[in-house]
Design a protein around this ligand. Sequence first.
Ligand code: PRP
Ligand code: ZN
Length: 296
Amino acid sequence: MSVDRTRLHIALQRSGRLSDLSRDLLREAGLRIESGKNSLTARAANFPADLMFVRDDDIPTFVSDGVCEFGIVGQNVLEEFALGQPEPTFEVVAELGFGKCSLRIAAPEQLHYEGTQALVGQRIATSYPRLLQRFLDEQGIQAEVVQMKGAVELAPRLEIATYVCDLVSTGATLEANGLRVVEKVLDSQAVLIRSLKAVDEGRANIAEQLLSRIEGVLATKESKYIMLNASSEALKRITDLLPGAEAPTIVPLHGRPGHFAVHAVCQESVFWETLQKLKAAGASAILVVPIEKMML
Ligand code: PRP
Ligand code: ZN
């Protein structure tokens, strides 16, 4: 397939922890994606963007080379890649809030562990050799990094290594292999990255549109629209309580002099505690509604 230079290209994980949520995000940004699970590319029917479904480990390379202008990838994969590059080749444009996990060192359950000194001179199996080496260097620990492409959790049983350094999300994989966490190397989540390779004006404009939509999607996830009624004396106290709301709209209530309707977009989560405080401050008829779309 030749690459169409009038369209954007977005690299996504083909299958794995990020793939469904990455597609969901693009759908929420309005892209109609027509493809089955097994296709390697897809075309957005209503937006000038093509999606490339690749191995997560290949996403930073695709974006760095400019084959794809954007990619969605875990910080774990991204930082491991970046540590091997002489200079930056991409920029992180948004943290996406999904795919949260962490890179951790784990040991067999029965192994006695009393801090990083226990790692000195030991063999640690990992698919993240650079991140692990950076951690060991920061701790001033000399240990042997054993690189594996996958199934790292098997290493202790196969006596390839004493420790493993691998991604942990639910912890089920570690548990199933009789391992327990002893150190944290990195916290990770999915991020949107953008190539630093220059693009023509056409694609730069499409990129801006995509970014502003994704920013909108991320903003609406947390945001709520609040409506409530209040008397003029209570207004100041109430507007001070609205979480992350700038410049609420305040309009007089018809037929109730001295009473107002307050409407505001709250950029932070609205909890029951907040509603209780609002009520105590004199608010009534409080409504909290989700926001479907937002463009900032
Ligand atoms: C990671 C890791 C473990 C598993 C841990 O693999 O290698 O196998 O996830 O998850 P858990 O704590 O929820 O059990 P991943 O799915 O990222 O696949 P990959 O390393 O092959 O890309
Ligand atoms: Zn992977």
